[in-house]
Design a protein around this ligand. Structure first.
Ligand code: GDP
Ligand code: IMO
Ligand code: MG
Length: 420
């Protein structure tokens, strides 16, 4: 009997999950996505090419690996078709290596309209959603009237679709529909034809039978822990459980089937969309991080907000996920920056705290600790990295009490350093 390793983001998403899943994939037989949907943008770089995946697991470029989109995911067939077509020039025939859970929820064109309408109605308090229909689709799932991928191969699919669409349209009746709605609906039905060519099944059986057969599985998270529907900075969160627990419900695996939990974080922090961000930099240092880290959203292209590493937040995320190994990304971006700062705790009206607050507001401020920076030269073995980077790694390990076992120094697969 084998177990499942989980890889997930510990901050507000975009930590570099796609890169690391692609890097680790050769050690696994199966890579499975367990939550989120096309709000995700996972970037992979190898052989001088950059690929961005939204719904398809990041193991897809390895022809011997089976990729699964689990029941916890919400899928937009139009985005799905685009992703499959984008893979074709690279010789990837996903119909052979990708399986879809029949229980994953379907994003309808009207879900995207509702997403947009709800965001507009929030005005200044908007979440900054990617507007991919995520919230409304999960709302329908929990409300028990969503459509699932398994429905698209049933005879009564069209009738079910019409029924849900009518409900959505009556909700939207006070608003104008997008001009291109008919076009979108046409595209949706055309994309379903492609989706029907894939294996659609109860992937919980596939996963558990594979474990019994000793196969190795990597569960790939989307978004990040601080965007979790329960523990993130609510309401500025996404609509799924982005934590390790989400891998259990989103794939159908028992908690005692989880082995390693790889928590990945940037050596600093970024956030796209609205919501509290304790260490955010509004000055030139923030601009510099954005420029050096090329911090622009992989899905929406929006500039990412940038700030220093937040240890209380990292501790919180490690606690919630049971992280067993930490992977530190983008340490190269800080190369040449002097000093490097890290938030150790927050000042609040009630004194100093290192707990992630229920609601971070103006009565809080970060306590920043300054550390010496480093200058990188190439991609050495761990021992060959600059002393100040070693000191940075040691200090985080002491604060969080979890070992850092991988350090990423660039977007390419090869720009990765392992620490034993
Ligand atoms: P994900 O959503 O967690 O998969 O992350 P994204 O792909 O949205 O964003 C991470 C960005 O950083 C992508 O553009 C990656 O190519 C890039 N990246 C990943 N790791 C590193 C790294 O170690 N250094 C640098 N400079 N870029 C990286
Ligand atoms: P990956 O997997 C970063 C953010 C949005 C918004 C909030 C809610 O690439 O790390 P939603 O579209 O879910 O209604 O948006 O969550 N968000 C992400 N931020 N990376 C992501 O995914 C994100 N997916 C959603 O910007 O603030
Ligand atoms: Mg991303």
């Amino acid at each position: 009997m084998s177990k499942v390793d989980v890889l997930l983001g510990l901050q507000w998403g975009d930590e570099g999950k796609g890169k690391v899943v692609d890097f680790l994939a050769p050690k696994y037989d199966i890579v499975a996505r367990f939550q989120g949907g096309p709000n995700a943008g996972h970037t992979l770089e190898f052989d001088g090419k950059k690929h961005v995946l939204h719904q398809i697991p990041s193991g897809i470029f390895h022809p011997d690996i089976l990729n699964i989109i689990g029941n916890g995911v919400v899928i937009d067939p139009i985005v799905f078709e685009r992703e499959i077509r984008d893979l074709e020039p690279f010789g990837v025939d996903a119909t052979k290596t990708l399986v879809l859970s029949n229980k994953a929820q379907l994003i309808l064109p009207t879900h995207k309209l509702i997403d947009k309408a709800l965001e507009l109605s929030k005005g200044e308090e908007k979440i900054g959603s990617t507007l991919r229909g995520i919230g409304p689709t999960y709302q329908d799932k929990i409300g028990r009237h969503g459509l699932r991928i398994g429905d698209i191969i049933e005879k009564d699919f069209d009738a079910k679709y019409q029924k849900l669409k009518e409900q959505h349209l009556s909700l939207l009746s006070s608003l104008e529909l997008d001009d291109n709605f008919d076009e979108q609906e046409g595209e949706f039905f055309k994309s379903l034809e492609l989706m029907r060519k894939f294996r659609i099944e109860s992937t919980e059986y596939l996963i558990n039978n594979s474990l019994k057969a000793g196969k190795k599985i990597l569960a790939e998270g989307a978004q990040g822990t601080l965007l979790d529907i329960d523990f993130g900075s609510y309401p500025f969160v996404t609509s799924s459980n982005t934590t390790t627990a989400g891998a259990c419900t989103g794939l159908g695996i028992a908690p005692n089937q989880i082995n390693e939990v790889f928590g990945i974080f940037k050596a600093y922090c970024t956030r796209v969309g609205s919501g509290p961000f304790p260490t955010e930099l509004f000055n030139e240092e923030g601009e510099e991080l954005r420029r050096l880290g090329n911090e622009f959203g992989a899905t929406t292209g929006r500039p990412r907000r940038c700030g220093w590493l937040d240890i209380p937040a990292l501790n919180y995320s490690c606690m919630l996920n049971g992280v067993t190994q930490l992977f530190m990304m983008k340490a190269d971006v800080l190369s040449g920056i002097e000093p490097v700062k890290v938030c150790d705790s927050y000042n609040s009206s009630g004194g100093v705290t290192s707990e992630f607050p229920y609601a971070y507001n103006d009565s809080y401020s970060p306590n920043l600790n300054e550390m010496h920076g480093w200058k990188l030269d190439g991609i050495p073995e761990y021992e060959g990295l600059p002393d100040n980077l070693h000191a940075f790694v040691d200090s985080i390990e002491r604060s969080v009490n979890v070992p850092i076992t991988l350090i990423s120094l660039g977007p390419d697969r090869k720009e990765t350093v392992l620490k034993k």
